[in-house]
Design a protein around this ligand. Structure first.
Ligand code: HH2
Length: 280
C-alpha cells in the first residue's frame, strides 16, 4: 500500500510518523511553544532530524472549545513555516479545513491537506483535486466549540466507518485519485473516552475500507482519563496507544514526540523481522 501526495509517493509497507507542528498560541498540548516563525521552523528541522516521515503544520487549534481563526490570520501564521518546511525533503501536510487556506498552501508547495472536516466545506473538494494533493479525511461532528455535545453513538465503529466511506466516495467523485486518500477516525473529536476506546478496539474494521489509516492519539485527553496524567506527562500512554493503533491497522501516526515514537516502532519492526525459533 502507498499514499500518493503531490511530490512524494509514501510507501506504507511500514508504519510512518507524521510530526506535529502547531503554529498556534492555544493548541492543547504545545500551544505557544512554537508560535513564532523562527521557532516553528527550528521545530520542523528537529522533527525531520528525529526521523519524521511527514510534517503536519497547523495554524488553528481544533481542541474541544477552541475559538475559530479567520483564513487570513491562519495563513499568516503558517506561510513562512510552510515555505521553509517544503525544502526539508519530506512531504509536508497542512492541517486546515478552510478552502482558502488549502489553495494558498497548495500554491506554496504543500503535499497533503489534512482536513478535520473531511473536505465538507464548499470548495474544499475542488481545492484538493485542482492542487493534485494527498488528503487526510477525518471524522468529526459539528465544530470544535460544540463537538462534544454531539458525542452520541450506537456502534461508533460502524458510524465513523460509514461517514469516512461516504467522504472518500465524494473525494473520488470530485476527481481526487483513490491512492491520494487517507482516512482518520478522529480520536477525541466529538467522542468521549468510551467512544475513543471502542473505536480503537474496533479500528481494524476501518482498514477494510481499503484506504491508508492515519491516527492521532498523541497526548490526548482520553489518555489522561485512563492514567490520571497531565498533558505533559502522557508520552508513555501515547506510545502505548500508538502501538495498539498500529496493531489494529494504522499506517501513519500523527505525533508530537517523533524520536520516542520512532524508537517504539523500531522495536516493533525488529520483532517483526526476527525469525521465530523452532523447538527441536
Ligand atoms: N488531532 C488534532 C489536530 N489535527 N488531524 C488529524 N488528521 N487527526 C487528529 O487526530 C488530529 C488532527 C488535535 O491535536 P493537536 O494538533 O495537538 O492540537 P490542537 O488541535 O489543539 O492544535
Amino acid at each position: 500500500m502507498h499514499w500518493q501526495t503531490r511530490r512524494f509517493r509514501i510507501d506504507l509497507s511500514r508504519p510512518r510518523v507524521m510530526g506535529i507542528v502547531n503554529v498556534t498560541p492555544d493548541s492543547f498540548s504545545d500551544g505557544g511553544r512554537h508560535d513564532d516563525t523562527r521557532t516553528a521552523i527550528a521545530h520542523c528541522e528537529r522533527l525531520v532530524a528525529e526521523g519524521a516521515d511527514i510534517l503536519d503544520i497547523g495554524g488553528e487549534s481544533t481542541r474541544p472549545g477552541a475559538p475559530r481563526v479567520d483564513a487570513d490570520s491562519e495563513w499568516l501564521r503558517i506561510a513562512e513555516v510552510l515555505a521553509a518546511a517544503v525544502t526539508l525533503g519530506v512531504p509536508v501536510s497542512v492541517d486546515t479545513y478552510k478552502p482558502e487556506v488549502m489553495r494558498r498552501a497548495l500554491d506554496a508547495g504543500a503535499d497533503v491537506i489534512n482536513d478535520v472536516q473531511a473536505l465538507q466545506l464548499p470548495g474544499a473538494l475542488a481545492a484538493v483535486a485542482d492542487g493534485g494533493a494527498g488528503v487526510c479525511l477525518m471524522h468529526m461532528r459539528g465544530e470544535p466549540a460544540s463537538m462534544m455535545d454531539l458525542a452520541c453513538y450506537g456502534d461508533v465503529v460502524a458510524e465513523v466507518g460509514a461517514f469516512l466511506a461516504q467522504r472518500a466516495r465524494a473525494a473520488r467523485e470530485s476527481g481526487i485519485p483513490a491512492d491520494c486518500i487517507a482516512l482518520d477516525p478522529g480520536y477525541g473529536f466529538a467522542k468521549n473516552a468510551e467512544h475513543n476506546l471502542r473505536l480503537l478496539a474496533g479500528q481494524q474494521r476501518l482498514s477494510e475500507l481499503g484506504y491508508p489509516l492515519l491516527v492521532g492519539w498523541s497526548r490526548k485527553r482520553t489518555l489522561g482519563d485512563i492514567t490520571g496524567r497531565a498533558v505533559g506527562e502522557r508520552l508513555p500512554a501515547s506510545l502505548a496507544a500508538a502501538l495498539r493503533a498500529v496493531s489494529a491497522g494504522a499506517n501513519v501516526l500523527r505525533v508530537h514526540d517523533v524520536a520516542a515514537t520512532m524508537d517504539a516502532l523500531k522495536v516493533w519492526a525488529a520483532v517483526d523481522a526476527a525469525t521465530i525459533p523452532t523447538f527441536e
